[in-house]
Ligand binder design. Sequence first.
Ligand SMILES: CC(C)(COP(=O)(O)OP(=O)(O)OC[C@H]1O[C@@H](n2cnc3c(N)ncnc32)[C@H](O)[C@@H]1OP(=O)(O)O)[C@@H](O)C(=O)NCCC(=O)NCCS
Length: 309
Amino acid sequence: MTLEAVPSPLPPATAATVTELAHAAAQSDGVNPLSERTLLHLDGEHPDDVHVLAYEGDPGTIEVSGLQSARNLAGYAALAPDGSAELFVAPTHRRQGFGTALLRMLLDHGGPRTRVWAHGRLPGSDELAQRLGLEVTRELYFLRRTRADLPDPVWPDGITVRTFVPGQDDAAWLDLNAQAFADHPEQGSWTAKDLAERLHQPWFDPEGFFLAVDSTGTLAGFHWTKIEDGVGEVYVVGVSPTHQGLGLGKALTLQGLHHLQTTRSLDTIVLYVDGTNTPARNLYTHLGFKTATLDVQYAPTTPPTATPA
Ligand SMILES: CC(C)(COP(=O)(O)OP(=O)(O)OC[C@H]1O[C@@H](n2cnc3c(N)ncnc32)[C@H](O)[C@@H]1OP(=O)(O)O)[C@@H](O)C(=O)NCCC(=O)NCCS
């Protein structure tokens, strides 16, 4: 076994091979092992990211022309500058110690602030995490809703709704996103680069990105929907702190659900919601969403503080 920490960006052929391997794991496990962010960052310039490749035997030479040359790639791990991390082992290479080796390497690089995601909480993740002294510190629910009646949105006084205009709304939206997610840095810290990366994805559709505007013309909230592989997603919903508690979040959610279900004729809509976000979970349950899978995040257990002598 060889482990290799590779700086960002991964060479394109290596990024393509990791994507291919992650796809194979998703087919076999029924859940994607890597998040959208990690997949986007594979061949992007993100100097503070760490990529770890695990090979069976010597490192493979991954030729641009031949992904076959990387057939001995057994697993992959990613560490973001905020300590959040993901890892997976190819289904054909499990129970041979690769997961342990990758996780140890992540912990060596990330230290006590390492936070490892296990998407779908599949068999093995709890056992592996526990063995290396990690415990569950966060839960993220993946919810699914199939076609059903939807009430119409009821907008608070003075609010109008329109769609996002790329190039015009970027800065104001980033500001609103930072305010709405001040307590959720993963989302709230998005930069112009993070936004631009998404606006250039093949799935991006401004017609599915709704902005609520107040009577002064200020952005009050948004609902960004996403469609991939025939499935609609409540991608991000946010409301500025000054407009919270007025029913705007519910109205925006319904606006996007109507767009996905009625305008785009989609039968299935999915979303992710944090386990601690009880108000949002209640709203989604009320609108017919049901838990499909649960992602968990593990972190090193805090060592007990020494008792003074
Ligand atoms: C979880 C995962 C990374 C384990 O990788 P792996 O290379 O098979 O792990 P290892 O061979 O190092 O296993 C170490 C120990 O973990 C435990 N373990 C691993 N898979 C297990 C399973 N399916 N059921 C029960 N225990 C398991 C065992 O204690 C194992 O030791 P053993 O084989 O001596 O019994 C792999 O199954 C995977 O890629 N899953 C999908 C992605 C994921 O869940 N990532 C988050 C990991 S925290």
